[in-house]
Design a protein. Structure first.
Length: 432
């Protein structure tokens, strides 16, 4: 990986990411910043790290060159960061890993500005997302609404944080226009964007699988493309149970025009007539290209389904809409407040540069880690849980050996308490 020369006056920014979603987001965030940064990306080896093909797909069109990216084992991360001497570090990872990496990045001398963020739709704002990122100096989100809701949550809960705005990489009009040119193929596909955790139950996911079969049977001349997040053996940001290839295989002979794809979302959308999803960020990518969307309303609208903002856009549709391909475009009034604000409203770079200037002037106070019981052993436990087998430290093994049975006992105790409260409430209700 190339680094800026000693005479390079540009501030140096290094991102750390591991999974498919976060590598794609980090690469696009840094790549879209143009030439004002000396930017590089460290792909951290964890049990969920991207494969080579996933990494290549994530870098494609990001603006970040392969020479600016390298893989690094956790044991080498601190020394690599120390050698790079970044002005700012973007920690692009799941919450538990952000907490671990922020704690260790804060120990670097000189301490860099620590930036973090989320790679997609982040409504509703959650307390957990803020708590995990307590030690970060700046939290990047992607819509005016997200800035408001996260700021209100931080004020309400007492977890002070700075929030900044950046356009989702997949919603940038210039990038979308280039990608929309495609390869000249007719845009007739119904593309279904799968998700690992939404919906959660096998029964609900099987219902979607059956719906996709119906949609394919309704018009054999047009394809239904099940866009998978990963090929066999590849990892995802979130572990997927009841994957669609396995569910579809239980339904017997399938229509020839029902296919699965592990191509990039950009490639899938190049021939898409419309996109169907529950709440995937792929909906934003489709809208940026002018492709209509159906956000499934089969399971309702809730924070667990992460589909509230798509409902507000007027994109909800049911099984009949999917079968008949009655796709929707977002309400015009929704756009500016939700992911399609003007580029001039983005302020993450300016806010990061300001924090760097304050750090250099010695007036940026470091943010302390969240106060918790357990000390060094607790830190080691959290590191082992976040990194899995990538943490090879002795203290991590000791913490895991002690903490695993202790966690099981605590969970059992909490379950018993919940059952007791439920029984008491039921008894009171029957008495009333």
């Amino acid at each position: 990986m190339t680094a800026g020369s000693s005479g390079d006056a540009r501030p140096r920014i290094v991102a750390i990411a591991d999974t498919d979603s976060y590598v794609k987001w980090a690469a696009a965030l840094l790549g879209g910043a143009g030439g004002r940064w000396d930017a590089s990306l460290l792909v951290l080896e964890t049990p969920l790290v991207v494969s080579e093909s996933q990494r290549a797909a994530a870098l494609s069109g990001s603006g970040l060159a392969p020479a600016q990216v390298e893989r690094v084992e956790y044991a080498r991360l601190s020394s690599r960061l120390a050698a790079l001497r970044p002005d700012a570090v973007v920690i692009a990872a799941r919450g538990p890993l952000v907490r671990v990496l922020a704690r260790e990045t804060a120990d670097l001398q000189p301490r860099p500005v620590i930036v973090t963020g989320l790679p997609g739709i982040s409504i509703p704002a959650t307390r957990k997302a803020v708590v995990y990122r307590t030690q970060c100096d700046l939290f990047v989100v992607h819509s005016r609404r997200e800035v408001r809701e996260f700021a209100a949550l931080a004020e309400r809960t007492g977890f002070e944080q700075r929030f900044a705005l950046a356009t989702l990489p997949f919603a940038r009009p210039a990038a979308a226009a280039r990608a929309a040119a495609g390869n000249g193929s007719p845009a007739t596909d119904l593309v279904f964007a799968t998700q690992a955790r939404v919906p959660a139950t096998r029964a609900d996911r099987l219902r979607i699988a059956r719906l996709l079969v119906r949609a394919a049977e309704a018009d054999p001349s047009r394809r239904v493309v099940v866009k998978l997040r990963a090929a066999d053996g590849e990892q995802q940001t979130h572990v997927e149970h009841d994957g669609y290839p396995e569910l579809l295989a239980t339904l017997g002979a399938l229509p020839a025009n029902l296919v699965t794809s592990t191509a990039s979302m950009g490639d899938a959308l190049a021939t898409a007539e419309g996109l169907v999803t529950v709440s995937s960020t792929a909906a934003i990518e489709a809208m940026a290209r002018g492709i209509p969307v159906i956000a499934l309303d089969m399971f309702g609208v809730s924070s667990k389904l992460i589909n509230q903002t798509l409902a507000d856009a007027g994109l909800l549709g049911g099984e009949d809409e999917v079968v008949n391909r009655r796709f929707c475009h977002p309400a015009a009034a929704w756009l500016d407040d939700n992911y399609f604000h003007s580029a001039e409203a983005d302020d993450w770079e300016e806010r990061t540069l300001d924090l760097i200037a304050r750090r250099r002037a010695g007036v940026l106070a470091p943010r302390p880690a969240l106060d918790r019981r357990g000390g060094v052993l607790r830190d080691a436990w959290e590191r082992r849980i976040a990194l899995g087998r990538s943490d090879t430290s002795t203290v991590g093994a000791v913490a895991y050996a002690i903490g695993l049975p202790l966690r099981a006992v605590l969970r059992l105790r909490n379950r018993v308490r919940r059952m007791g409260r439920t029984r008491i409430a039921a008894a009171r209700a029957s008495e009333g």
